[in-house]
Design a protein. Structure first.
Length: 379
């Protein structure tokens, strides 16, 4: 198990003892003990997934369609078409998907996508959030409820993940579209986490950040492509891509500034990788929010993220699982309070770019890969 612990000697010893005690209780498991089952290998560049109440799986595909898979994941039962057009070049396309908290009575489905510009915005694009009612195997009453501002040129860093809070408001993570400085510009929604209502309006209780758009919850983000609520709380945690190194896991605090592009543990592209080239010196505090975890010197490109709560791996409850694209693995991150005390690289033997991670109703972990696979992870 690969473990990295930061802090002074006392903290290091305490964390090490905690980790040893936890491992003795069964919190660790060699990667070889995990069993993977490829349920489907015919998906077309899948990006996001969510389990329906009946156990079937709703999956987005980058080119612009959603599919509903059978309960065993092996068969495409329905292909949902008629969605808004996507800008599918580069990192763009149909992205994340989530179900309304009241889906059982009002079956709204929400999704993010890279929306192409029209008219004066032709050639530009931005992340958008849409929703539609899923009824009789089709989506109807489709409407865009939020558009990232402004649309810009380029095909990278759209984000984006959707997470509902217990109060039924919606978090959306938005990339800075490879434009760097707008992540610090509070008049834009590039490089931000926003919080909106289910109809796209702005809820009460968002942080009062001077000069900021009212939907902004936090800022200074690069390309957050993983997000989850910590169990038992309304805390949003995200994973986001760094440049060369500096990928982060962050606990999001209302109004927090996470430093990009002024500071990063990573290095600009083209610079030799090493501590000397870290943007702004690397360390975020006290001016910016320090990441809970980061990867150096090589980026793993984190994508998809859960806090595990199931019964399949009881020794791992409360821990973070995050997929890796460039790193081609599944990472397990162990926490003590708000600190990382250990982490482990799993399933590197698969050689797969892991795009999304989800926990199934059966307690197992499910992965989507860029090669088009749905993989179940079990003991």
């Amino acid at each position: 198990m690969a473990v990295r612990i930061r802090g002074g000697l006392g903290l290091l010893m305490a964390a090490a003892l905690l980790l040893l005690a936890a491992c003795g209780a069964g919190s660790g498991s060699p990667a070889g003990a995990l069993r993977t089952v490829t349920l489907n290998s015919g998906l077309q560049r899948p990006w996001g997934m969510v389990f329906l109440p009946d156990g079937r799986l709703l999956v987005t595909q980058k080119a612009g369609t959603m599919v509903i898979l059978s309960r065993d994941g092996k068969t495409v039962e329905t292909t949902l078409t008629g969605l808004p057009a996507v800008a599918s070049a580069g990192q763009g396309g149909l992205l994340d998907v989530a179900l309304d908290p009241d889906f059982a009575t009002t079956p709204w489905v929400y999704w993010t996508y890279s929306e192409p510009g029209r008219g004066a915005e032709t050639g530009l694009a931005g992340t958008a959030v849409a929703r539609g009612l899923l009824e009789n195997g089709a989506l109807r009453d489709i409407r865009v409820i939020y558009r990232q501002q402004p649309k810009v040129a380029g095909a990278g860093h759209f984000g984006s993940r959707l997470v509902f809070r217990p109060d039924k408001t919606l978090f959306v993570t938005l990339g800075e579209r490879q434009k760097f400085t707008p992540a610090q510009d509070l008049a834009t929604s590039l490089g931000k986490v926003i919080r909106i209502n289910r109809d796209g309006s702005v809820p009460t209780g968002n942080p009062a950040i001077p000069g900021a758009r009212p939907e902004i919850w936090s800022y200074g983000h690069r390309n957050p492509q993983g997000a989850a609520l910590r169990p038992g709380t309304d805390e949003l945690w995200i994973s986001e891509h760094g440049p060369q190194g500096g990928d982060e896991i962050n606990r999001i605090v209302p109004g927090g500034n996470y430093g990009w592009p002024r500071v990063s543990y990573g290095c600009n592209y083209g610079d030799p990788v090493g501590a000397a080239c870290r943007l702004g010196g690397g360390r975020h505090a006290p001016d910016y929010v320090e990441p809970v975890s980061y990867w150096v010197p090589v980026s793993i490109a984190p994508c998809g993220m859960i806090f595990y709560t199931g019964g399949g791996f009881p020794q791992w409850r409360g821990q973070i699982f995050v997929g890796a694209l460039a790193g081609k693995a599944l990472w397990r991150v162990q926490l003590a309070g708000g600190r990382e005390v250990g982490r482990e690289r799993l399933l590197a033997n698969l050689g797969e770019r892991i795009r999304d991670v989800s926990q199934g109703p059966d307690g197992w972990i499910y992965l989507l890969t860029d090669s088009g696979k749905l993989i179940q992870v079990r003991d």
